[in-house]
Write a protein that binds this ligand. Structure first.
Ligand SMILES: *Cc1c(COP(=O)(O)O)cnc(C)c1O
Length: 332
Protein backbone atom coordinates (compact mmCIF):
# COMPACT_ATOMS: atom_id res chain seq x y z
CA UNK A 1 0.00 0.00 0.00
CA UNK A 2 1.24 3.54 -0.85
CA UNK A 3 2.47 5.73 1.96
CA UNK A 4 0.22 8.55 3.12
CA UNK A 5 -0.55 10.61 0.02
CA UNK A 6 -0.28 14.38 -0.07
CA UNK A 7 -3.84 15.07 -1.14
CA UNK A 8 -4.94 15.37 2.46
CA UNK A 9 -2.05 17.69 3.26
CA UNK A 10 -2.72 20.02 6.12
CA UNK A 11 -0.48 22.12 8.29
CA UNK A 12 -0.98 19.44 10.88
CA UNK A 13 0.32 16.21 9.35
CA UNK A 14 -1.35 14.19 12.08
CA UNK A 15 -4.79 15.00 10.70
CA UNK A 16 -6.55 12.70 8.30
CA UNK A 17 -8.97 15.41 7.17
CA UNK A 18 -8.52 19.00 6.08
CA UNK A 19 -9.06 21.95 8.33
CA UNK A 20 -11.60 23.71 6.11
CA UNK A 21 -12.18 27.47 6.01
CA UNK A 22 -15.13 29.40 7.37
CA UNK A 23 -16.08 31.95 4.73
CA UNK A 24 -18.35 34.96 4.98
CA UNK A 25 -20.87 34.71 2.15
CA UNK A 26 -21.75 38.03 0.53
CA UNK A 27 -24.51 36.62 -1.73
CA UNK A 28 -26.24 34.59 0.98
CA UNK A 29 -25.93 37.41 3.53
CA UNK A 30 -27.44 39.84 1.06
CA UNK A 31 -30.32 37.46 0.40
CA UNK A 32 -30.91 36.68 4.08
CA UNK A 33 -30.52 40.10 5.66
CA UNK A 34 -28.17 38.67 8.30
CA UNK A 35 -24.55 37.54 8.20
CA UNK A 36 -24.13 34.07 6.72
CA UNK A 37 -20.88 32.19 7.35
CA UNK A 38 -20.13 28.96 5.49
CA UNK A 39 -18.13 26.09 6.98
CA UNK A 40 -16.79 24.68 3.73
CA UNK A 41 -16.57 20.94 4.34
CA UNK A 42 -17.38 20.37 0.69
CA UNK A 43 -13.63 21.03 0.31
CA UNK A 44 -12.68 17.80 2.08
CA UNK A 45 -10.68 15.53 -0.26
CA UNK A 46 -13.34 12.84 0.06
CA UNK A 47 -16.01 15.37 -0.94
CA UNK A 48 -17.82 15.61 2.38
CA UNK A 49 -17.49 16.03 6.15
CA UNK A 50 -17.75 12.24 6.58
CA UNK A 51 -13.95 11.88 6.43
CA UNK A 52 -13.76 13.56 9.86
CA UNK A 53 -15.68 10.92 11.77
CA UNK A 54 -14.79 7.90 9.71
CA UNK A 55 -11.04 8.60 9.78
CA UNK A 56 -11.31 9.00 13.56
CA UNK A 57 -13.07 5.64 13.87
CA UNK A 58 -10.55 3.81 11.68
CA UNK A 59 -7.61 5.40 13.50
CA UNK A 60 -9.02 4.35 16.87
CA UNK A 61 -9.69 0.84 15.60
CA UNK A 62 -6.10 0.49 14.41
CA UNK A 63 -4.85 1.77 17.78
CA UNK A 64 -6.89 -1.02 19.42
CA UNK A 65 -5.31 -3.60 17.14
CA UNK A 66 -8.07 -3.99 14.56
CA UNK A 67 -5.62 -3.40 11.76
CA UNK A 68 -6.42 -6.24 9.35
CA UNK A 69 -9.09 -4.83 7.06
CA UNK A 70 -11.76 -2.12 6.81
CA UNK A 71 -15.22 -2.96 5.45
CA UNK A 72 -17.94 -0.47 4.64
CA UNK A 73 -21.26 -0.83 2.81
CA UNK A 74 -21.81 2.42 0.95
CA UNK A 75 -21.98 3.64 -2.62
CA UNK A 76 -21.95 7.17 -1.25
CA UNK A 77 -19.88 9.54 0.84
CA UNK A 78 -19.27 7.09 3.69
CA UNK A 79 -17.60 4.70 1.25
CA UNK A 80 -15.50 7.51 -0.20
CA UNK A 81 -14.41 8.57 3.28
CA UNK A 82 -13.61 5.01 4.37
CA UNK A 83 -11.52 4.50 1.21
CA UNK A 84 -9.64 7.79 1.70
CA UNK A 85 -8.91 7.23 5.37
CA UNK A 86 -7.86 3.60 4.81
CA UNK A 87 -5.45 4.62 2.08
CA UNK A 88 -3.88 7.24 4.31
CA UNK A 89 -3.60 4.84 7.22
CA UNK A 90 -2.28 2.04 5.04
CA UNK A 91 -4.99 -0.47 5.88
CA UNK A 92 -6.74 -2.58 3.21
CA UNK A 93 -10.32 -1.52 2.54
CA UNK A 94 -13.28 -3.17 0.86
CA UNK A 95 -16.40 -1.21 -0.03
CA UNK A 96 -19.50 -3.35 -0.58
CA UNK A 97 -22.04 -1.76 -2.91
CA UNK A 98 -25.34 -2.96 -4.38
CA UNK A 99 -25.69 -3.54 -8.13
CA UNK A 100 -27.53 -0.21 -8.45
CA UNK A 101 -24.38 1.81 -7.66
CA UNK A 102 -23.22 3.76 -10.75
CA UNK A 103 -19.98 2.52 -12.26
CA UNK A 104 -18.29 5.93 -11.92
CA UNK A 105 -18.62 5.59 -8.14
CA UNK A 106 -17.01 2.13 -8.16
CA UNK A 107 -14.26 3.52 -10.37
CA UNK A 108 -13.57 6.38 -7.96
CA UNK A 109 -13.39 3.97 -5.03
CA UNK A 110 -10.98 1.71 -6.92
CA UNK A 111 -8.82 4.71 -7.81
CA UNK A 112 -8.45 5.29 -4.07
CA UNK A 113 -7.06 1.80 -3.70
CA UNK A 114 -10.21 0.25 -2.27
CA UNK A 115 -11.53 -3.10 -3.39
CA UNK A 116 -15.13 -2.83 -4.60
CA UNK A 117 -17.42 -5.80 -4.04
CA UNK A 118 -20.71 -5.55 -5.91
CA UNK A 119 -23.26 -7.58 -3.98
CA UNK A 120 -27.05 -7.75 -3.98
CA UNK A 121 -29.77 -5.80 -5.71
CA UNK A 122 -30.50 -3.48 -2.76
CA UNK A 123 -28.41 -1.74 -0.13
CA UNK A 124 -29.52 -4.06 2.70
CA UNK A 125 -28.00 -7.07 0.96
CA UNK A 126 -24.69 -5.24 0.52
CA UNK A 127 -24.83 -4.21 4.16
CA UNK A 128 -25.42 -7.78 5.31
CA UNK A 129 -22.25 -8.95 3.57
CA UNK A 130 -20.22 -6.03 4.98
CA UNK A 131 -21.42 -6.87 8.50
CA UNK A 132 -20.40 -10.49 8.00
CA UNK A 133 -16.95 -9.61 6.63
CA UNK A 134 -16.39 -6.84 9.19
CA UNK A 135 -16.98 -9.21 12.11
CA UNK A 136 -13.93 -11.33 11.22
CA UNK A 137 -11.08 -11.10 13.75
CA UNK A 138 -9.12 -7.80 13.73
CA UNK A 139 -11.39 -6.35 11.04
CA UNK A 140 -13.53 -3.24 11.23
CA UNK A 141 -17.02 -2.51 10.02
CA UNK A 142 -17.54 1.20 9.32
CA UNK A 143 -21.15 2.37 9.57
CA UNK A 144 -22.35 5.55 7.87
CA UNK A 145 -23.29 7.37 11.06
CA UNK A 146 -24.06 5.18 14.07
CA UNK A 147 -20.90 5.17 16.21
CA UNK A 148 -19.50 7.42 19.00
CA UNK A 149 -16.05 7.55 17.33
CA UNK A 150 -17.72 8.95 14.22
CA UNK A 151 -19.55 11.64 16.22
CA UNK A 152 -16.33 12.53 18.04
CA UNK A 153 -14.60 13.06 14.69
CA UNK A 154 -17.45 15.16 13.29
CA UNK A 155 -17.27 17.40 16.38
CA UNK A 156 -13.95 18.76 15.07
CA UNK A 157 -15.99 20.74 12.56
CA UNK A 158 -17.35 22.96 15.34
CA UNK A 159 -14.10 23.09 17.29
CA UNK A 160 -12.42 24.49 14.18
CA UNK A 161 -15.23 26.92 13.46
CA UNK A 162 -15.11 28.37 16.96
CA UNK A 163 -11.41 29.09 16.53
CA UNK A 164 -11.86 30.51 13.04
CA UNK A 165 -14.81 32.82 13.71
CA UNK A 166 -14.35 36.19 15.36
CA UNK A 167 -17.93 36.07 16.68
CA UNK A 168 -20.19 33.37 18.02
CA UNK A 169 -23.02 32.70 15.56
CA UNK A 170 -26.65 33.10 16.69
CA UNK A 171 -27.65 29.93 14.84
CA UNK A 172 -25.96 26.85 13.36
CA UNK A 173 -27.63 25.30 10.30
CA UNK A 174 -27.05 21.70 9.26
CA UNK A 175 -28.91 18.72 7.82
CA UNK A 176 -29.86 15.30 9.21
CA UNK A 177 -29.63 11.93 7.49
CA UNK A 178 -28.99 9.28 10.13
CA UNK A 179 -27.96 11.97 12.59
CA UNK A 180 -24.21 11.33 12.87
CA UNK A 181 -23.37 14.83 11.68
CA UNK A 182 -25.83 16.42 14.08
CA UNK A 183 -24.58 14.31 17.00
CA UNK A 184 -21.05 15.52 16.29
CA UNK A 185 -22.18 19.12 15.96
CA UNK A 186 -24.01 18.99 19.30
CA UNK A 187 -20.95 17.49 20.99
CA UNK A 188 -18.69 20.11 19.42
CA UNK A 189 -21.01 22.92 20.49
CA UNK A 190 -20.98 21.64 24.06
CA UNK A 191 -17.18 21.43 23.93
CA UNK A 192 -16.73 25.04 22.84
CA UNK A 193 -19.49 26.53 25.00
CA UNK A 194 -21.97 27.17 22.20
CA UNK A 195 -24.75 25.28 24.00
CA UNK A 196 -26.87 28.45 24.10
CA UNK A 197 -26.79 28.64 20.29
CA UNK A 198 -29.76 26.91 18.64
CA UNK A 199 -29.24 24.44 15.80
CA UNK A 200 -31.52 24.25 12.80
CA UNK A 201 -31.50 20.64 11.55
CA UNK A 202 -32.87 20.42 8.02
CA UNK A 203 -34.42 17.42 6.24
CA UNK A 204 -36.40 16.89 3.08
CA UNK A 205 -39.92 15.54 2.73
CA UNK A 206 -39.33 11.89 1.90
CA UNK A 207 -36.05 11.65 3.86
CA UNK A 208 -37.42 12.77 7.20
CA UNK A 209 -36.59 10.11 9.77
CA UNK A 210 -35.65 12.74 12.41
CA UNK A 211 -38.94 14.55 11.97
CA UNK A 212 -40.76 11.20 12.29
CA UNK A 213 -38.81 10.39 15.47
CA UNK A 214 -39.68 13.74 17.03
CA UNK A 215 -43.36 13.18 16.21
CA UNK A 216 -43.32 9.63 17.62
CA UNK A 217 -41.18 10.43 20.66
CA UNK A 218 -38.80 7.61 19.70
CA UNK A 219 -36.64 6.57 16.74
CA UNK A 220 -39.00 4.97 14.21
CA UNK A 221 -38.62 3.60 10.69
CA UNK A 222 -40.07 5.66 7.87
CA UNK A 223 -41.54 3.49 5.10
CA UNK A 224 -39.25 4.55 2.23
CA UNK A 225 -36.89 7.23 0.95
CA UNK A 226 -38.70 9.18 -1.75
CA UNK A 227 -36.55 12.34 -1.76
CA UNK A 228 -33.81 13.26 -4.22
CA UNK A 229 -31.52 13.89 -1.21
CA UNK A 230 -30.14 10.34 -1.16
CA UNK A 231 -27.37 11.13 1.30
CA UNK A 232 -30.08 11.99 3.84
CA UNK A 233 -31.71 8.66 3.06
CA UNK A 234 -31.67 6.80 6.36
CA UNK A 235 -34.89 4.98 7.28
CA UNK A 236 -34.27 5.56 11.00
CA UNK A 237 -32.42 8.22 12.97
CA UNK A 238 -29.76 7.55 15.58
CA UNK A 239 -31.48 7.25 18.99
CA UNK A 240 -28.75 9.57 20.32
CA UNK A 241 -29.94 12.33 17.97
CA UNK A 242 -33.44 12.20 19.46
CA UNK A 243 -31.91 12.13 22.93
CA UNK A 244 -29.98 15.34 22.16
CA UNK A 245 -33.20 16.85 20.82
CA UNK A 246 -34.93 16.08 24.12
CA UNK A 247 -32.02 17.45 26.18
CA UNK A 248 -32.27 20.73 24.20
CA UNK A 249 -28.69 21.74 25.03
CA UNK A 250 -28.24 23.23 22.47
CA UNK A 251 -31.86 23.60 21.42
CA UNK A 252 -32.54 21.78 18.13
CA UNK A 253 -35.14 22.98 15.64
CA UNK A 254 -36.17 20.64 12.82
CA UNK A 255 -37.65 21.78 9.51
CA UNK A 256 -38.36 20.06 6.20
CA UNK A 257 -38.04 21.40 2.67
CA UNK A 258 -39.11 20.00 -0.69
CA UNK A 259 -36.90 18.47 -3.38
CA UNK A 260 -37.68 21.53 -5.45
CA UNK A 261 -36.28 23.79 -2.75
CA UNK A 262 -33.06 21.78 -2.34
CA UNK A 263 -32.40 21.72 -6.08
CA UNK A 264 -33.12 25.45 -6.25
CA UNK A 265 -30.60 25.92 -3.42
CA UNK A 266 -27.94 23.75 -5.13
CA UNK A 267 -28.31 25.62 -8.40
CA UNK A 268 -28.23 29.06 -6.78
CA UNK A 269 -25.25 28.06 -4.63
CA UNK A 270 -23.32 26.95 -7.71
CA UNK A 271 -24.02 30.34 -9.33
CA UNK A 272 -23.28 32.31 -6.16
CA UNK A 273 -20.14 30.44 -5.06
CA UNK A 274 -19.03 28.15 -7.91
CA UNK A 275 -19.40 25.02 -5.77
CA UNK A 276 -21.30 21.86 -6.73
CA UNK A 277 -22.96 20.18 -3.75
CA UNK A 278 -25.42 17.31 -3.33
CA UNK A 279 -29.13 17.80 -2.60
CA UNK A 280 -28.43 16.73 1.02
CA UNK A 281 -26.32 19.86 1.37
CA UNK A 282 -28.94 21.83 -0.53
CA UNK A 283 -31.32 21.11 2.37
CA UNK A 284 -29.08 23.16 4.69
CA UNK A 285 -28.63 25.92 2.12
CA UNK A 286 -32.38 26.04 1.49
CA UNK A 287 -32.81 27.23 5.08
CA UNK A 288 -31.34 30.50 3.82
CA UNK A 289 -32.39 30.52 0.14
CA UNK A 290 -35.99 29.49 0.95
CA UNK A 291 -36.20 31.83 3.96
CA UNK A 292 -36.85 29.06 6.51
CA UNK A 293 -34.93 31.06 9.12
CA UNK A 294 -37.12 34.11 8.50
CA UNK A 295 -40.29 32.00 8.84
CA UNK A 296 -39.07 30.60 12.17
CA UNK A 297 -38.48 34.15 13.38
CA UNK A 298 -41.87 35.37 12.17
CA UNK A 299 -43.60 32.50 13.98
CA UNK A 300 -41.69 33.25 17.19
CA UNK A 301 -39.83 29.91 17.27
CA UNK A 302 -36.50 31.67 16.87
CA UNK A 303 -35.22 34.94 18.30
CA UNK A 304 -33.26 37.66 16.52
CA UNK A 305 -30.50 36.28 14.36
CA UNK A 306 -27.60 38.49 13.35
CA UNK A 307 -25.26 35.80 12.10
CA UNK A 308 -25.55 32.14 11.18
CA UNK A 309 -23.05 29.38 10.49
CA UNK A 310 -24.13 27.02 7.70
CA UNK A 311 -22.36 23.65 7.62
CA UNK A 312 -21.70 23.03 3.93
CA UNK A 313 -21.53 19.25 4.21
CA UNK A 314 -20.75 18.81 0.49
CA UNK A 315 -21.16 15.39 -1.12
CA UNK A 316 -19.37 13.90 -4.11
CA UNK A 317 -22.29 12.36 -6.02
CA UNK A 318 -22.83 15.45 -8.16
CA UNK A 319 -21.45 16.73 -11.45
CA UNK A 320 -22.22 19.45 -14.00
CA UNK A 321 -24.16 16.86 -16.02
CA UNK A 322 -26.25 15.85 -12.98
CA UNK A 323 -26.85 19.52 -12.24
CA UNK A 324 -28.09 20.14 -15.78
CA UNK A 325 -30.44 17.18 -15.46
CA UNK A 326 -31.91 18.50 -12.19
CA UNK A 327 -32.45 21.89 -13.79
CA UNK A 328 -34.35 20.24 -16.63
CA UNK A 329 -36.29 17.85 -14.36
CA UNK A 330 -37.34 20.64 -12.01
CA UNK A 331 -38.09 23.13 -14.76
CA UNK A 332 -35.40 25.68 -13.88
C1 LIG B 1 -23.95 11.49 5.15
C2 LIG B 1 -24.29 12.82 4.65
C3 LIG B 1 -25.24 13.63 5.29
C4 LIG B 1 -26.02 13.19 6.50
O1 LIG B 1 -25.20 12.85 7.58
P1 LIG B 1 -25.75 11.93 8.76
O2 LIG B 1 -24.61 11.75 9.66
O3 LIG B 1 -26.23 10.65 8.13
O4 LIG B 1 -26.89 12.68 9.38
C5 LIG B 1 -25.47 14.87 4.77
N1 LIG B 1 -24.82 15.31 3.68
C6 LIG B 1 -23.91 14.57 3.04
C7 LIG B 1 -23.25 15.12 1.84
C8 LIG B 1 -23.60 13.29 3.50
O5 LIG B 1 -22.70 12.56 2.86
Amino acid sequence: MDSKPDYCATDNKEKLYMETPVMYSFPLSKHAGFKVYLKLDNLQPSGSFKIRGISNMIQKGIDRGDSEHVYCASGGNAGMAAAHASKQLGIPCTIVVPQTTPEFVNERLRNLGAEVKVHGSVYDEAKKLAVELGSQPRCMLIPAFEHPDIWEGHASLINESSRQMSERPDLVITCVGGGGLLNGIVQGMRDVGWDEVPVLAMETHGANCFNAAIAAGEAVFIPAITSIAKSLGSLIVSPQTLEYYKQACPRILNEMVSDNQVIDACVRFSDDHRFLVEPACGASLAAVYSNVVKQLQDSGKLGTVKSVLVVVCGGSIVSTAVMEKWKADFGM
